[in-house]
Every structure is written in C-alpha cells, then in structure tokens.
Design a binder for this molecule. Structure first.
Ligand code: CUA
Length: 162
C-alpha cells in the first residue's frame, strides 16, 4: 500500500520537474549560450570590438559600460594603459550596467567574475556576451574556471566596484 503512495509521489515529482524545465525553456525562452556570434579565432583583431585599441572598459552611456576581453592561454587581454602596461583591473561605479564581451584565440576558457552572476564559457570562434548590473561594491576576482592548460591558474584580473 505504501509502495503505491511512493510510486505516485515519485512520478508526480518527475512530471513536475519536467513541467518546470519545459516552462523555463519554451515559455520564458531560457536557452544556454543564446548570445553567440561567430568570429575567426586566428584573427580576432578583425572584429571591431576586439581591435587592440578597443579592448578594455568603455562607457557607452551614463552608467552603461562595455568591456571587451580577449582570452588566451594563459591571459585575459583587457588592453593596455597609456604607459603601455597591460590592464588588469576594471573599475566601475556601483549600480552600473556592464556588458562583458569575451572571445578566445585558442582553447575554451571559463570567464567568471567570482562573487557576481558573471560566469560564461568562452569558445574559440564565438563571442560570449553577458550583461549585468554591478549591485555591490567591492573587489571581484576574474578567474578562468575551465581547465585550459598548465597556466590555467594564472588567468586572472580584477573588477573593482566603487
Ligand atoms: Cu583559461 Cu583555464
């Protein structure tokens, strides 16, 4: 008798989960990696967003920013400062909207800004985009969460929200 109750309970929860997934996928339009644009990994500079002079942070409107980043083993290229030194820190005011645009020259990397909801796979031949609002002040470490080789742990940068 109890077995029957558990069976109904089990099948019931399964049906419920499928319903929720179906709802998320079709009704709300949740799709993995929906903002993908192709790019030649051997020649990322040919794309306007990834020209060396366009890398890094740019304010496009009041409180709205775009960050262009080229990942490669084992570095995040966020452009250079006036002295020609590689930029390793992005600074944005609290509450700003930031669009991260990341591509890779070689293998798959995992672009993650620890402590925020920014976490996306970066695949060769594609541009990964994610827009977020930086609600909390603080220093957030950009890491690579996809093993990409011997220097995987050296891929880092910082996002400073002030
Ligand atoms: Cu790049 Cu791990």
């Amino acid at each position: 008798k109890y077995e029957k109750i558990w069976l109904v309970f089990g099948l019931g929860s399964l049906a419920l989960f499928l319903l929720i997934i179906g709802f998320a996928a079709f009704w709300k339009g949740t799709h993995p990696q929906s903002h993908i644009e192709t790019i030649d990994p051997q020649n990322v500079e040919a794309h306007e967003s990834f020209k060396p002079e366009n890398l890094g942070l740019r304010e496009v409107a009041d409180g709205k920013y775009i960050v262009n980043i080229v990942a490669s083993a084992f570095n995040y290229d966020i452009g250079s400062d006036d002295a020609g030194k590689p930029v390793k820190t992005i600074r944005v005011p609290k509450g700003s909207t930031v669009l991260f645009q990341v591509t890779t020259k070689d293998v798959v990397h995992g672009f993650q800004v620890a402590g925020t909801n920014v976490n996306m796979m970066v695949e060769p031949g594609h541009i990964s985009r994610l827009e977020t609002v930086m609600k909390n002040a603080g220093e957030f470490t950009v890491v690579c969460n996809e093993y990409c080789g011997i220097g995987h742990h050296q891929m880092f940068a910082t996002v400073e929200v002030y």
